[in-house]
Design a binder for this molecule. Sequence first.
Ligand SMILES: Nc1ncnc2c1ncn2[C@@H]1O[C@H](COP(=O)(O)OP(=O)(O)OP(=O)(O)O)[C@@H](O)[C@H]1O
Length: 239
Amino acid sequence: MTLLRLEGVTRSVELPEGEQLHILKGVDIDVAVGDHVSVVGRSGSGKTTLLNLLGLLDTPTTGRIMFDDRPVSTFSTRARDRARGNDIGFIFQQFNLLPGRTALENVMTPLLYATGRAFWNRRNLAAEMLERVGLGERLTSMPEKLSGGEQQRVAIARALVRGPRLILADEPTGALDIETGATVMALVDEVAAQSGAALITITHDANVAALARRHYRLDKGVLSPVTVESVRAVQEATL
Ligand SMILES: Nc1ncnc2c1ncn2[C@@H]1O[C@H](COP(=O)(O)OP(=O)(O)OP(=O)(O)O)[C@@H](O)[C@H]1O
């Protein structure tokens, strides 16, 4: 079942001189439940702009975004916020954890906006999620006392605690060393697969992209499907 689809999506901004800057040019992508897709692209190719659209944080200049087979343009602001809060989990390069709050409190934060059982049971759900990412012993640790890899695990637990159907990972290993990054990425892949969530990983790292099952390259705002071999070849050529 298709979860998210971008159809001929463009995104332009008006520059101070009145000229239009065309950042994304006719992007088509289809992401199904359980899919794992990578998007690789150089700095300035439009990755953040694309991520904002995939995460329903921004609207296209032209074209259409479908979520659950419904055009997002017809959603009320409340419905859009609800879809983003309930169904989409974000993982960023900078872990964005709340300082001065324990790992458990950080993971509980998204559940403060949940309703019913998820809200009342938030402490247990957050503890279970931290257990799943291997931090069951660090519930009361402060982020500043955790290593980079551990902080990213807390951020992963926070992104996944509401059981999103789509996980957007933006350079998830960018702040980690190669080995820790590989372990963290394997964990995201595993937890996403267990929960049946779709995972979109935006990265410039071919090794991270290789974990996905389908691959796209973003080049000057044009998104094209590519093979994993071509992702690796381009990375090797630019090293
Ligand atoms: N609001 C804006 N006004 C002017 N230019 C913009 C705006 N947003 C993005 N751009 C430009 O559009 C291009 C794509 O931006 P974007 O941030 O999406 O790239 P990126 O691939 O995420 O880059 P990086 O990997 O360096 O973060 C860049 O050249 C950027 O300067």
